[in-house]
Write a protein of this length. Structure first.
Length: 65
């Protein structure tokens, strides 16, 4: 998969599971979406992963259809 260098949340058809934050970050930095999702789960158990996710959900724009 070619990495998309913009930071936009994809729609459900483009691989979004909840809000598309992990998919947007993975596409932007060219890493596995699963790796980013696992990192957010671990961050949720260790610290403020949920808070970071919610802030990014608000900050990252949705990809145009």
């Amino acid at each position: 998969m070619v990495a998309n260098r913009s930071l936009e949340r994809p729609g459900r058809a483009q691989g979004r599971m909840i809000a598309g934050v992990c998919a947007a970050l993975a596409d932007r930095f060219g890493v596995s979406r699963l790796l980013v999702r696992v990192a957010f789960v671990v961050a949720g158990f260790v610290g403020a992963g949920e808070l970071v996710y919610l802030v990014l959900w608000i900050v990252i724009p949705r990809r145009p259809r």
